[in-house]
Design a protein around this ligand. Structure first.
Ligand code: URA
Length: 477
């Protein structure tokens, strides 16, 4: 029997989804059904755990299209919304998507019709899924647990509204690449051991730890970054619904901070504190905003933020680790001893520093005080990751063709994971904005060496800069 005969006979089809969020599976089946002209009212989409028995009369074997190459119309906008909607918790999502795909065949511009109730419903679902993902990024709080062997593991409890846990795993892997962690949710769990991501079934809140000593620190930190001048209670409740408070140690402080907000606001205004909210879109705005940044505790030290410097359309962006003592005093990057090494090597390679944009992965100088001296301390992976916000904003404005990361911290800042310099150097990588990332040693490392080791590292550093110069010549005609 041909597909058309099947459909004419009024056959009713049932598609059992293997996973609640399997967009690729839905797309394959939907394509096949449209190619066989099966209208939406002849298909039931049943998600795992859904009531398949209601459709026991339906045929699970889908018809085979007579012409599997027949073009299916689906606008880009539909596809991008559909990918999100597939994660929504509404049991009707796959039917709705199919109904829309069906209608797109005769009206390819349907998604532009803002008055269409199905279009509006899909757009609302899309927004709700994106919002849920944003909440997960912002409100997951890990608590440390130790097993009997003393191994540390971080566990978080989160209650998503939609099927987003698997989809958002990549975000947490990139952010917390070096930690061993689990995120437990009633919709399934994900676990990362530093190398492999694993999934397991739904969990209950009682499976997750309920608090640890580190929470006191979180609370102190939150109190120090809380900006009373930005207190808008309505907006805060909208952005951070009470539902999430119970999992967030800092939330316990909210009533107290709100009560003291007015007093602190006037103190902060007196102190000239600045605010930031959306990612700034000019270098001057970034410069202003980084001075108020307290996204990590380094900004609480006695230091100033150091902004990148150079041509705002430079084809080469050079990224160091963080300002040193001299840079902190001057308010400019790479002006101390490491800067001298960098300048000399750039000159040998024939790269004019003025034509580049030089910045740092971390904007504030991290140090420990020893008598009168401030000794450099490396930023932690978390501090580097938090500061990505700023150099990504700089990169979005400068739009370099090549980014040169100096040392492991800068490489981590660009990649979101730790790489070894010896392995990464000479192997350019593509960043998500299409620029090329080159990795080399940090000039301070060369300063710490002596003898043959120093000579060898200087040779490698010079070779890396020469290769970058050559690549720039190819990319910038
Ligand atoms: N080291 C860096 O990484 N950056 C500077 O600006 C100075 C020293």
């Amino acid at each position: 029997m041909t597909a058309l005969q099947h459909v004419k006979m009024g056959t009713y089809y049932v598609v059992h989804m293997p996973e609640p969020d399997d967009f690729a599976f839905w797309r394959e089946r939907a394509r096949q059904l449209v190619q066989c002209d099966v209208p939406p009212d002849r298909v039931a989409w049943v998600e795992p755990g859904g009531n398949g028995s209601l459709f026991s009369h339906g045929d699970k074997r889908l018809p085979v299209p007579d012409d599997a190459t027949r073009m299916i119309r689906a606008s880009k906008r539909f596809l991008s919304i559909a990918k999100n909607v597939a994660h929504h918790s509404d049991p009707e999502r796959f039917s709705l998507l199919y109904a829309m795909l069906w209608r797109l065949q005769s009206n390819p511009r349907l998604m532009e019709d803002k008055a269409d109730s199905q279009v509006r419903r899909l757009e609302d679902m899309d927004k709700s899924v994106r919002r849920d993902a944003h909440k997960m990024h912002a409100f997951v709080r890990f608590r440390m647990v130790e097993d009997e062997a003393g191994n540390q593991q971080y566990v978080a409890w989160f209650e998503p509204d939609h099927h987003i846990v698997r989809r958002e795993a990549g975000f947490f892997v990139r952010r917390f690449a070096n930690m061993h962690w689990s995120i437990l949710t009633p919709r399934g769990c994900i676990h990362w051991d530093g190398e492999t991501l694993r999934e397991s079934g739904p969990a209950q809140k009682s499976d997750a730890p309920q608090g640890d000593p580190a929470e006191d620190l979180w609370r102190k930190y939150y109190a120090s970054i809380f900006n009373p001048a930005r207190l808008k209670i309505g907006a805060m409740l909208k952005e951070m619904p009470r539902k999430y408070w119970k999992n967030m140690p800092e939330a316990a402080l909210i009533p107290e901070l709100v009560a003291g907000a007015q007093k602190r606001e006037s103190e902060m205004v007196d102190a000239g504190a600045l605010e930031y909210e959306d990612r700034p879109e000019t270098l001057a705005a970034i410069d202003k905003a980084i001075h108020a940044c307290r996204k990590c505790p380094i900004g609480l030290l006695d230091n100033q933020a150091v902004m990148g410097e150079g041509a705002d359309d430079a084809p080469l962006m050079i990224v160091g680790e963080q300002p040193g003592d001299q840079e902190d005093q001057a308010g400019k990057p790479f002006v101390g001893p490491a800067g001298q090494v960098l300048n000399a090597a750039l000159e040998v390679a024939g790269i004019e520093r003025k034509q580049t944009y030089v910045t740092n992965a971390v904007k504030h100088f991290k140090y420990v005080q020893r008598g009168k001296r401030r000794l450099h301390q490396s930023p932690t992976a978390k501090e580097i990751d938090v500061c990505r916000w700023w150099h990504e904003a700089e990169r979005a404005i400068v739009k370099p063709k090549v980014v040169l990361a100096l040392g492991a911290s800068a490489a981590r800042a660009m990649l979101g994971k730790t790489v070894s310099i010896s392995k990464a150097r000479g192997e350019p990588m593509m960043l998500d904005d299409g620029s090329e990332l080159w990795v080399t040693a940090h000039p301070s490392y060369l300063l710490r060496l002596s003898g043959d080791a120093k000579a060898e590292q200087e040779r490698l550093f010079a070779a890396d800069l020469a290769a970058v110069k050559e690549r720039l010549a190819e990319l910038v005609e």
